[in-house]
Design a protein around this ligand. Structure first.
Ligand code: CMX
Length: 471
């Protein structure tokens, strides 16, 4: 694995946001020493475009897989038909972000203190890594923080719109409404209407991508404060993205800030085939702008088999506790086993367990467990989650249907939030949604930079399949 560490180049020119084509303004006395995100990407795009053209020209007709009837009926599991730059998911090892595992990211990415390894990575560091495949310097991560803060203001109609929504509307529904309403700010949509040529799409897409990521915390926090508190959202833009988001939500605890940094980093990306990333990529391929593309991704995330599983886990644990406490029984391995079988026998899923690709414990689960062991080893709910982890794989193996009997990311995230008093579990998927934007939209940048076309797989009728198999 090669780590591309970015060069800090002295630049005598300040470039405009659309400077990747070279529009420049001399800045005289003020000399920058930090290569911006836009400059870093602009330097990479021509080479990547060249490699892509070469791949298509020289190897376009090579076969890289086949499709079985099972795969066609079964949700395209394992069909290799999507290009994804930003991350790759190995069934046994788990996720790698631009080649780096989660522990490797924790070791090399800049943190709030500035020292890699001293705390959790900044979301901005991971955003930079996903977009550029380079590990940023702390200065570069900080420049991205400042850029995101500068784009965070919501259009004036959005907060009144959110305030008008019923408090019992699911937070994820409110979240997609809030994001879709920000689409009035899309520079990509405007540029398209103005006839901008295709080879410049990615520059406008990047503007929108940064704006979407920047605006999500205030949309999310407004929903949280409206539904569960007083509707007031305070900010502290001297902090990083995650720290400021915690203040917006109403939390002021450095340990919770660290949890949010970890949480936001590990939920960003999980290669391309998962429903939220795929929906973003699919809708973006129609040249729908990044605001609308990611609103589609959020709607996919809101399904209980995907991102909503994090709220379902907490609901399951609360129901388990209520049942046995009312019966005067302790929550232990025995009662958890009983409750798990009740769930399975009722033909329901055990939330937080299983995965379409993974075949081992999700490293996103493991790093959250390590956070709990470090920050809250005696937490009562953490011990319950740990006991579930002890017994559930064997139960699911005995049940016999599940391809992966081990926990996924959603199995652990809720208990960490709960520890800090964040008990409104119906809201948890919104936090996942703030994070997933960073992965799905980093890929969307490369979709446009590489000129990827409209996504349009071939569907077939059952009659056609019958005619093929009976030949
Ligand atoms: N509990 C009970 N049954 C489960 C199960 C679980 N946790 N996971 C899978 N199964 C069942 C499936 O429903 C399927 O049953 P049928 O044959 O009756 O349809 C069978 O086992 C085989 O499924 P699989 O091949 O193991 O899993 P899939 O790739 O079809 O689905 C997933 C993957 C995640 C949807 C599934 O494991 C599940 O429903 N898990 C619980 C929900 C969850 O935690 N989702 C979050 C995933 C991570 C994320 O995206 O955020």
């Amino acid at each position: 694995m090669t780590l591309l560490v970015s060069r800090t180049v002295r630049s005598l020119l300040r470039k405009t946001p659309f400077s990747t084509t070279g529009t420049t303004t001399p800045i005289g006395a003020s000399i920058r020493t930090v290569t911006t995100l836009q400059e870093t990407l602009a330097a990479q795009v021509p080479e990547k475009q060249k490699k892509m053209a070469e791949l298509k020209k020289s190897y376009g007709s090579e076969v890289i897989g086949q499709v079985t009837v099972d795969q066609c009926i079964g949700g395209a599991r394992g069909v290799k038909c999507m290009l994804w730059e930003t991350s790759n998911l190995d069934p046994d090892e788990g996720i790698r972000f631009r080649g780096l595992t989660i522990p490797e990211c924790q070791a090399v990415l800049p943190t709030y203190s500035g020292k890699a390894g001293d705390g959790e990575p900044l979301l901005e560091s991971l955003f930079w890594l996903l977009l550029t495949s380079e590990v940023p310097t702390k200065e570069q991560a900080d420049s991205l923080t400042a850029d995101l803060h500068s784009r965070a203001k919501l259009p004036s109609h959005v907060v009144p719109l959110l305030n008008s929504l019923p408090k019992d509307m699911h937070p994820m529904t409110q979240f997609t409404i809030g994001l879709a309403a920000c689409q009035t700010e899309s520079v990509f949509a405007k540029a398209y209407q103005d006839g901008v040529p295709k080879n410049l799409y990615h520059e406008y897409a990047l503007e929108d991508i940064l704006s979407v990521v920047a605006k999500l915390p205030e949309i999310a926090a407004t929903i949280y404060r409206n539904v569960y508190h007083d509707g007031v959202v305070s900010q502290d833009t001297s902090l990083d993205f995650a720290g400021n988001f915690c203040r917006m939500l109403g939390y002021n605890d450095p340990s919770f800030d660290e949890l949010m940094r970890l949480y936001l980093c590990i939920h960003t990306d999980h290669e391309g085939g998962n429903a939220s990333a795929h929906a973003t990529h699919l809708v973006g391929s129609t040249l729908s702008d990044p605001f609308l593309s990611y609103a589609a991704g959020l709607n996919a995330l809101a399904g209980p088999l995907h991102g909503l599983a994090n709220q379902e886990v907490l609901k399951w644990i609360q129901e388990l506790k209520d049942k046995f406490e009312s019966e005067g029984k302790p929550v232990n391995a025995e009662t958890i086993t009983e409750f798990a079988w009740d769930t399975l026998n009722a033909k329901k899923v055990i939330p937080g367990y299983g995965h379409a690709v993974l075949r081992k414990t999700d490293p996103r689960y493991t790093c959250q467990r390590e956070f709990a062991l470090k920050h809250m080893p005696d937490d009562e709910l953490f011990k319950v989650v740990d006991t579930i982890y002890e017994v559930m794989p064997d139960i699911l193996k005995e049940h016999g249907k599940v391809a992966n009997p081990y926990p996924n990311v959603d199995s652990h995230s809720g208990v960490l939030l709960w520890h800090y008093g964040f008990t409104q579990y119906q809201y948890y998927t919104v936090l996942f949604g703030v994070s997933r934007a960073v992965g799905g939209l980093s890929q969307l940048y490369w979709d446009r930079a590489l000129g990827l076309p409209l996504e349009r797989p071939k569907s077939v009728t059952p009659e056609w399949i019958w005619s093929q198999v009976q030949k």
